[in-house]
Each structure stands twice: as C-alpha cells, then as structure tokens.
Design a protein around this ligand. Structure first.
Ligand SMILES: [Zn+2]
Length: 281
C-alpha cells in the first residue's frame, strides 16, 4: 500500500518507518527497495483486504493524479458493514479502480456490486498481445451513428462494434460500469501512434449485439474525475445504450410473438383442412 497511519496521519513509506494499516490496523513496515515501488508491507497479509493487489509503478502513476485523501480510501457498505479499500474514492463518493493483474469475472462483478458508482481503468500493457489484438480488432470499428446525440467535446470518437471480444479481454465485456483501457502504460511517449495516448472506454451493455466504444484524452478523463466524476462523464451514453437495448428487446419480442401467432394460424388452418378437406374447395 502507498499509505499507512502514523499517529493518525496518512503517510507514504520512507526507509525505517513503521505504521498501522489503514484497513486492518495491523502493524506495517516501510519497504523501500529498488525493485518494487516503495510501499507498506504487512507482517501478516492474510488479515487485510482480499481485493488488494500488489501495486506497480502504473498504479502509482495513476493514483498520483488525484488528491492524497482520495487515494486508498476505505468504502463501507452501511447495511452489511463490509468494507474495502478503493484505489480512488472522490469526495463525491465515486470510485475508480485501477486494475493491472488478472482478475476473475466473479471478482469484477463483486466489486461492481459493492462500489456501484465506479469505473475501471485497466492496464492494457500487461500482456504483450493486448495492444496488437486491440489494433487488429479496432479495424472493425464503425462510426457510431447515434453518436450525434452526444456532442460532448470530451469524447474524441465514438464507435460501435459487433466484435468487442476481438479487441478487449472477454472478462471485461459483461461489466456493468464503464471500463477504460490504458494502452500507454507508464512510458508516455515511448510508442506514440495516436492510439496509445488515448483511453479507450467500452460502455456496459449493447444495442442488438453492437457494443459502444469511445476514446478520450487521458488528461480529460483526469480533469473530469477531479471536477465531477468519470461516471457522470459516461452517464448519458450508458443510459442511451440501456434505453436502446430495451427498445431492441421489445422489438425482438414483438417480432417473435408475431411469428408464433402466424405459425399458430397456419397450423390451425391446416388442422381444419385435415378435418374437412372439402370445405376448403
Ligand atoms: Zn492491512
């Protein structure tokens, strides 16, 4: 963890320091080696938050864009009493989780259900194939016709794709909240090709199988998260997709019912014919 409590104050790890964990209150020691980012280490990690993942430089870079008091901020569920450490929880209660390690679909669902008002930022540089797959898959992107309803200058391009699984890891495709992929990692200007420096958001849900993907500048995402929330930023599009998805389902249901009704009529006519074939002449 980046922070521990010393005399009630949130402190970063410095050589020789000891403190208490903000979550489990057990003793922690500052780890200030050269291989990993400086952090606080538990004597017994088993007591701490099971959702916590070891931090990388990438996590730190992201967290540092936000005020200290928002970082590693504990979120509690008032009804169940459960609590977890959110990577970022803003003063308005919105959560941003930065995900580097592999994560199971069940845990994705569990965290979304727990935090509710949240978005994910996923490290798209963890696996070598992630970015090449995205580049190849994004060739199937179409300009989203309904993007005309969303004129926010924040979104650079809004696309629709029928093949989101060819761009993004499958486990993120059934998320109920926006997922932003960061393909730049921590080397900002290393391979700038116009796609790396943007964040790519896949929105929850689909419209008749078409997923919606949009991109924006990293600085705009941060700015929005600092001033309002990254969830609000995506809200209009999320609601629109949900509404269109509902319309699509209703339409499909009506077509199915019409088909069934016609089949029934045909079957009934055939049955009548079999009972009394002459009557039809
Ligand atoms: Zn702890």
């Amino acid at each position: 963890m980046k922070f521990a409590l010393i005399n009630g104050n949130k402190m970063e790890a410095q050589p020789g320091l000891r403190g208490t964990c903000v979550y489990c209150q057990s003793d922690v020691i500052a780890y200030c080696g050269s291989e990993k980012v400086w952090h606080w280490k538990h004597k017994r990690k088993s007591l701490c938050d099971s959702w916590w993942e070891n931090e990388t430089e990438w996590h730190r870079t992201w967290k540092n864009y936000f005020p200290t008091e928002w970082q590693e901020n504990i979120h509690s569920d008032s009804t169940t009493g459960k609590k977890h450490i959110a990577d970022i929880k803003t003063d308005r209660g919105f959560v941003i989780e930065f995900q580097h390690s592999a994560i199971k679909s069940e845990e994705i669902r569990a965290r979304e259900a727990f935090y509710k008002n949240m978005v994910w930022v996923v490290d798209g540089t963890r696996l070598k194939l992630d970015y090449p797959r995205f580049c190849k898959g994004s060739k199937e992107f179409n300009s989203w016709l309904e993007s005309k309803y969303f004129r926010s200058p924040i979104w650079k391009d809004i696309f629709s794709t029928y093949f989101p699984e060819e761009c993004f890891p499958k486990r993120w495709l059934s998320s109920l909240v926006p997922v932003y992929f960061d393909f730049q990692g921590i080397s900002p200007f290393a391979q700038l090709d116009g796609k790396h420096d943007l964040l790519w958001c896949i929105f929850p849900g689909d419209i008749g199988g078409w997923a919606v993907v949009a991109n924006l500048q990293r600085k705009d995402f941060i700015e929005c998260s600092l001033t309002a929330s990254s969830l609000l930023l995506a809200q209009d599009i999320c609601s629109h997709i949900a509404k269109r998805n509902q319309q699509q389902r209703t339409k499909e249901k009506e077509q199915r019912e019409l088909r069934e009704w016609r089949e029934k009529q045909r079957a009934e006519a055939f049955r009548q014919f079999m009972i009394n074939p002459r009557r039809r002449r």
